[in-house]
Design a protein around this ligand. Sequence first.
Ligand code: DAH
Length: 351
Amino acid sequence: MSRLLDEIEPLKQAALAELSMAPDLAALEQARVNYLGAHGKFTALLKQLSTLPKEEKPAAGKAINTAKAELDAALAQRRSALELTASLPKEPTDFTLPGRRRELGKLHPLTQVTEDIVRSFRKIGFVVADGPEAEDDYHCFDALNTPADHPARDTQDTFYLDERAGGKHAPGAVAAQPDRAAHLLRTHTSSVQIRVMEKQSPPVRIIVPGRVYRRDNADATHNPTFHQVEGLYVDRRVTVGDLKGTVEFVFKELMGSKTRIRFRPHYFSYTEPSFEIDFSSALTRKMGKEWLEIAGCGMVHPQVFENVGYDPEVWTGWAFGFGIERIAMIRYGINDIRLFYENDLRFLRQF
Ligand code: DAH
């Protein structure tokens, strides 16, 4: 037996002891370098292998390789044990501490009010319809019997899209070709009345919550974007009484059972007769007013039915529209519309 073969076992035992008792990863690395590194003691044995007589090489080589495999395994085992310890918390866990809860978000007050409105209308058979915010002037105005010279189309109040090739965003820019429809950010959700009636035959019972745009400067009661709910009901023999009953039902749900409503004659080009709706409740009295104007409405104008291919001799209907911000402001006693859009958590957390 060569001297080399005798050295393997004691060196292996020493290495195993050091590896398996290394107190931390740094000490383990040091032990690895000491024995298995390029200049380590065990590596040195391997290097001596070549100096042995030929007939001793196989047995010695085998013994060294077996020992090395044992050392590699011991190294890997100790490393994973130490890594696990290093990843555990340094302090003992106190299971009696209160849990940490993830803070729950909330729906924006405008979303809450919109959902309440939708819920009320669903109870009486209305479904939600939707339409594009970038609309053409036909659906926003012409089809609603609002002629080209009507003030509602004024470029001062309306965001027209500049569609000239490579055009700059000039205010009030008009369509590239005069015979093509101009596009604009819709000024009201009434355009969706037309879109729905074009696609669907009567009866129709829809509400349309959505965003609308006007060139208003922001102040306490105006914002260039705000939200509306449109309603449309078309069937045979629909009356103003149906309109009044529906509006009364929904506003009582929204603003309390003591809410009263009244209709005042008004003018809208797409309804005839047309009304403005005022309502009165503890909320309006809190704002120092008995009656507050809240919505526009009326019986759908026969010309509007003609425009979508409904026979006005057969079909009757009513429509209304109101602003969601205004409802939310009255409901929660908010005095500045801009608060809705600032995303200040001190404001939003209150709802
Ligand atoms: N579109 C009107 C507005 O933006 C609101 C409105 C009035 C809608 C009368 C209607 C209606 O459907 O019949 O002020």
